[in-house]
Design a protein around this ligand. Sequence first.
Ligand SMILES: Nc1nc2c(c(=O)[nH]1)N[C@H]1C(S)=C(S)[C@@H](COP(=O)(O)OP(=O)(O)OC[C@H]3O[C@@H](n4cnc5c(=O)[nH]c(N)nc54)[C@H](O)[C@@H]3O)O[C@H]1N2
Ligand SMILES: Nc1nc2c(c(=O)[nH]1)N[C@H]1C(S)=C(S)[C@@H](COP(=O)(O)OP(=O)(O)OC[C@H]3O[C@@H](n4cnc5c(=O)[nH]c(N)nc54)[C@H](O)[C@@H]3O)O[C@H]1N2
Ligand code: SF4
Ligand SMILES: [Mo]
Length: 693
Amino acid sequence: MATKLVRGACPHDCPDTCGIVTEVENGRPVQFYGDPDHPITQGWLCAKVRPYLDHVNHPDRLTHPLRRVGPKGSGQWQRLSWDEAMGEIGQRWRAIIAEFGAEAILPYSYSGTLGLLQMGVVNGRFWNRLGASQLARTICGAAAEFAVEATLGSRRSQPYEDVQHSQLVIIWGHNPVSTAPHFMPHLLQARKNGTQVVVIDPRRTRTAKLADWHLAPNPGSDGALALGLAQHIVHNGWHDETWLAQHTVGWPELQARLADYPLARVAQITGLPEADLARLAQLYAQTSPALIKIADGLQRNFTGGQTVRAICALPALTGQYGRLGGGLAYSTSGYLQWDGEAVGKRSECPPPGRRVNMNRLGAALLGEVADPPIQSLFVYGSNPAAIAPNAGRVAEGMRREDLFTVVHELFMTDTAVLADIVLPATSQLEHTDLHKAYGHTYLTYNHPALPPLGECKSNWDVMQLLATEMGFIEPWLHQAADAVLDEVLTTTAAKNPALAGITLDRLKQENTVPLTIEPAVPFADGRFPTPSGKVELYSQTMADMGLEPLPGWQPELDSGGQDGEELNGRFPAHEALTLISAAAHHFVTSTFANQAALVDREGEPFVEIHPDDAARHHIQTDDWVRLENGRGFCDLRARVTDGVRPGVVASPKGRWGRLGNGRTINWLTSDALADMAGQSTFHSSRVWLRRLD
Ligand SMILES: Nc1nc2c(c(=O)[nH]1)N[C@H]1C(S)=C(S)[C@@H](COP(=O)(O)OP(=O)(O)OC[C@H]3O[C@@H](n4cnc5c(=O)[nH]c(N)nc54)[C@H](O)[C@@H]3O)O[C@H]1N2
Ligand SMILES: Nc1nc2c(c(=O)[nH]1)N[C@H]1C(S)=C(S)[C@@H](COP(=O)(O)OP(=O)(O)OC[C@H]3O[C@@H](n4cnc5c(=O)[nH]c(N)nc54)[C@H](O)[C@@H]3O)O[C@H]1N2
Ligand code: SF4
Ligand SMILES: [Mo]
């Protein structure tokens, strides 16, 4: 019997964007594996996506539209046809638009898929045409993106394999064993050849366990740490004056500020011994090439933007930018930005709607966003009830009787269960897309391997149905998938030499195609695409925006309360702990957290507690404990471990409340915004701990 091999791209929020292969026999998938011809994937997939066929064939997949019949959240549904569903959505929306205007409709989406079509184009065209509210997509890495662009001009990063040229790698607030797995073989090979690996993380992560040296600072103290290292480097004359003079602006101003960060003070802020700080500064300054690798977990706190600015200053101080094996590794996203007009057709649409910050969803639904109030929510590619901060407020907002909520999903998530209408979505094996990556520079085309399950439709299919329902006849709302991809690709290629020689036909044939990257080592030509053409240690752009123009550091501010409200005596300040809810090894945020085998491997929802904090509250491993603050509470199994530093508790993100005791860690997390770009502040959350009897 003929076996068909269908190639595609892993769509999940992960820098590796793997090539995937599905073997299909008689229309049924029989094998699934990493593409052996994909240069990054090299034939292997992570623990999360290896059992992908269980995800695609999951018995709980939604297969047809549903309408709520009981009270919100009761889980009582009635089957609908797509025609009926669209008719009902159209009717409700037309009434809302007549009374409140189209801005009363808020689309909410994030990283269920990262595809150009099913995410990028879908986030733009239809909603722009409708004039809906715009979503400020700030939940993940907005501050770091802004800070890196303000300092260096663009997000550029060396190929994973170039780490073999590094003598020192500092992995700072990043856990690639779980979150960028295909970087690891290169790192481990380099380490075998003598590269020193340092990890800076308040937790002893899987990555920290593989390092030569692990430092565990207080959460949110990294900006001070970076400035302290800089101060010590300059104090000892280990910095590169010539490089600074040639390639930076604002060095004198920054140098003056470093006086505020003597090691003694930084030791106090970070909770790290002064001797360790001195040793790290010397190691970094005197080892070359030295690479600092960061991701987004590091900056999900109040001072996250400034933290990244301070870290970006270090490779400038030592002249490491532009060196093979040196510099900063953050993201490759800056090499290719799809043409915005081709993606979103902004110029052919009504004036843009107001922006609503996705981190403030609960508050927005409960009245923070008024004039007009949000009357309808359309969710796709995201699970806000489980993944957005301050989940109690999100749930309260989503339960508003007068809110009309549509959720387009593969599964009955915590969010879908609160909807008025649920629409079934295709999986990556059932639709077309094109993917760029943020950890490497290959493009991968995703051929559909299977027909849509049941009555499932892709995001783009749904946008076309909505356009028809709303009477929008623009051809760019009704193109075939490949026609959209071709248009965006061709328009972008006309401006960006990275796409030289890359056509849709070639992508469909070869599947994975490298971008043309010049120079291969980021900034090796000494040109930084900032306004000054240099590394902007002082940023006039930021000053003009009313932001602090020099890298700095601010102490944490979370009161642990509702909307920053002061707490009563229930939560004494001296007993506050900082909660870190980072990536789970076996899920991608909440994706896969309903897959039995992966849930088994992750174990029961748990919280890691340092022995000193556990002893104070008479807590032992396996006890049930309650984490609480002014926003809410969450009950978890205790794991007593010195893998977190004292004063820190850690519980991974991504659980589904409805598959457990109703609540997730996000009932505790802060929905305040960070110092830059409206960034989320999950890791700034203060919580209180007690044992449950
Ligand atoms: N397995 C898996 N992979 C994933 C994801 C997932 O959920 N699971 N999520 C994907 C997504 S959406 C993203 S954005 C990326 C994120 O990729 P990463 O940033 O690597 O992942 P995180 O676990 O969010 O954060 C990294 C580390 O930051 C640490 N951290 C938190 N606060 C601080 C701090 O103040 N200082 C320091 N030094 N460290 C701190 C945490 O302890 C954590 O170990 O991963 C992607 N890949
Ligand atoms: N406590 C805490 N919370 C966090 C974080 C943290 O560090 N701590 N990290 C935050 C970060 S970095 C991120 S990026 C966000 C991620 O949050 P989300 O972007 O909401 O990511 P997921 O939880 O993976 O949910 C994606 C949903 O999209 C659905 N989906 C997948 N493909 C498709 C499709 O093609 N069409 C449709 N319609 N649906 C699809 C999936 O079934 C899944 O339910 O979470 C944030 N939440
Ligand atoms: S989640 Fe990341 S490592 Fe896993 S298959 Fe997808 S792209 Fe590859
Ligand atoms: Mo993210």
